[in-house]
Design a protein around this ligand. Sequence first.
Ligand SMILES: [Zn+2]
Length: 240
Amino acid sequence: MLQLGWMTAAAGIWRRDDDLDRELRLPVPAYVIETAQERILVDTGLHPAAVHDPGRRYDGADSLRLFRLQLEQSVAEQVDLDTVTKVVLTHLHFDHAGGLALLPPSVPIVVQRREWEAGHDPAAVGRNFYLPVDYAAAGRQVTLVDGDHDLLGDGSIQLISTPGHTPGHQSVRVGERLVLGADVAHFASGLDDHRFPVFADDFAAQAASADRLRSLRDGGATVLPGHDPEVLKPGPVSQA
Ligand SMILES: [Zn+2]
């Protein structure tokens, strides 16, 4: 796991029915999965310019109004980006797709078709607080997948369709016993209590996706939450 920034906002933004007058600072994770042939980046963290001058990076968009951002080292400072063979985006929010602009355009990205289409539909962009400059680079090779997908064709890495937080959100199963859940649940407890952030595309779909990941967890897998400061620590990820 890479630490690609921090986001601070009221606890009640991050977790329904929590305090609105107490702030919570959440880590922004991304992951590198290495196989014999591949070096796969899962999500890309914050863009440095979004941290230093969000109004300029995002042309005055006020989607970041509720958040305070920090970044020590961007993905470009932590990974030799020329060695990355694929980027999997769990979804297109700024804390997952923001660093994409730092990658060479030759690196293909893999994203759910529903997410990509929502990211190019003006109404869906507004509803989901997408910031299209994050994923607008021309000439990038985009692989669109529909639902569950065997990423390398050998069963080792499975993309799992987990919509709700955004229309085409996906999680990543690595081997049998590790699942990068991403923002199905910001906190590990969210798989059980469904106290999601106050913003989502479809809360009912998000609850169904949480139930799906919970059953994987109950079957013995480690399911990493999206932004839980008690669980997410940079460095090698251990599985159950
Ligand atoms: Zn997120």
